[in-house]
Ligand binder design. Structure first.
Ligand SMILES: [Zn+2]
Length: 317
C-alpha cells in the first residue's frame, strides 16, 4: 500500500472548493449589485425598462454558476441528511443488547455498549452511522458469520471511522461532488477522499490486529456469501463491504499512475477554469471600461476650463 498523508484528499477537496466559491463570491459582488439595481428599476418602471436596458446578461455566468453551486450543495446536504435520518429511524428501534462475545471485544477498542447498535436480524451488515455522534451498527447475521478475530478486525475498521467522523466527511465530500458537477477535479478528489477513508480504516485495523489476515478473511466471507449489498445509495454512512478499488489497495501492489487519463482530466479542468477566468476578466474589463472614459472626459473638461482661465507663463529667453 502506498503511504499518503491521512485525509490529504479531503482537505485538498475542501481547500479547492472553498477557494473557488470565495473567488466567485468576490467577483460576483459588482455584477450582483447591477442586477439588483436592474431588478429594483423593473419593479418600479415595469418590464419595458428591463427589455430596453438588458442588464449585462453574459456577465452573470459566474454569479449564476455560484448560485447553482450553493443551491446544489444545500440540496445534496439535505437529501443525504434526510436519507441517513430515515435509515437510522427505521432500524434504531430494532436495536437489542449486543451478545457477550461482542461486549467482550469492546474494551480493546475503547468502546462502550452505547457506541454499538446491535440489530438482531439475519442480514449481514456492519457500518458506521451518525454525523455528530457516530456509532457502529452490527447485525446478528454478521456476528454469527465471523470468528472473534475477524469481528475484532471489523470493529477496529469501524472504530477508525468513528474517531475520524468519516460519515460527516462523506456527507460533505458527496455534497461538493454534486455541487461542482462540471469540474472533474472535484469529482476525482471526492472519490479519492472516500476511498482514502476506507484504506485508512483498513490500515488501522491491520495495525491493531498485527496482521492483515483477519480483515481479509472477514472481507472474503462477505464476498463469498454475496453480502455486499448497500442498504441506501443516498444515506451518508460507511458500509463494510468490498469494493474493487479497496481490494486492489489491500491485495495487489500499487498500480502505476494512468498518465493519459490524468492528462486528459487535467486538460478538461484547466479548460473549464480558464473559461470561467476569462469570463471574470472580460467582466472586470467591461466594468472598468466606463471609468477611463469618464475620467478622460473629466480631465478634458478640466483642461479646457483651466486653459481658458489660466494663462501659461511665457518663457522669455
Ligand atoms: Zn469502512
Amino acid at each position: 500500500m502506498t503511504k499518503r498523508p491521512a485525509l490529504a484528499y479531503f482537505w485538498l477537496l475542501m481547500g479547492i472548493s472553498i477557494g473557488l466559491v470565495s473567488l466567485g463570491a468576490i467577483f460576483s459582488q459588482a455584477t450582483l449589485q447591477i442586477w439588483l439595481n436592474a431588478l429594483w428599476q423593473t419593479c418600479q418602471n415595469g418590464w419595458s425598462n428591463l427589455m430596453s436596458n438588458p442588464p449585462l446578461a453574459w456577465q452573470m455566468v459566474v454569479p449564476i454558476t455560484l448560485v447553482i453551486i450553493l443551491a446544489r450543495t444545500v440540496w445534496s446536504l439535505s437529501r443525504q441528511f434526510r436519507a441517513t435520518r430515515r435509515l437510522a429511524d427505521l432500524f434504531f428501534p430494532l436495536r437489542s443488547t449486543p451478545p457477550t462475545r461482542v461486549q467482550a471485544l469492546l474494551p480493546a477498542h475503547r468502546l462502550t455498549a452505547n457506541d454499538i447498535v446491535f440489530l438482531d436480524v439475519k442480514n449481514v451488515h456492519a457500518f458506521c452511522l451518525g454525523f455528530w455522534r457516530p456509532r457502529i451498527w452490527l447485525t446478528a447475521g454478521l456476528v454469527h458469520m465471523l470468528t472473534d478475530e475477524e469481528l475484532a478486525a471489523v470493529l477496529a475498521h469501524e472504530v477508525r471511522h468513528i474517531r475520524r467522523r468519516d460519515p460527516l466527511r462523506l456527507l460533505i465530500g458527496r455534497a461538493l461532488k454534486f455541487a461542482f458537477f462540471f469540474l472533474p477535479l472535484i469529482k476525482s478528489l471526492a472519490e479519492a477522499s472516500e476511498l482514502q477513508q476506507e484504506i485508512e480504516a483498513d490500515r488501522y485495523a491491520i495495525a491493531h490486529m498485527g496482521s492483515d489476515l483477519p480483515l481479509l478473511c472477514a472481507l472474503q466471507k462477505l464476498l463469498k456469501n454475496g453480502h455486499t449489498l448497500v442498504i441506501s445509495e443516498t444515506a451518508a454512512y460507511t458500509p463494510f463491504n468490498l469494493t474493487e478499488a479497496r481490494l486492489k489497495q489491500l491485495v495487489y501492489p500499487p498500480a502505476p499512475p494512468d498518465w493519459s487519463r490524468m492528462f486528459l482530466s487535467g486538460a478538461i479542468n484547466i479548460a473549464i477554469l480558464a473559461a470561467l477566468s476569462s469570463t471574470l476578466y472580460v467582466t472586470s474589463c467591461m466594468q472598468s471600461a466606463a471609468q477611463p472614459l469618464e475620467v478622460g472626459a473629466c480631465i478634458a473638461d478640466s483642461l479646457q476650463s483651466t486653459s481658458s482661465s489660466l494663462s501659461i507663463p511665457h518663457y522669455d529667453w
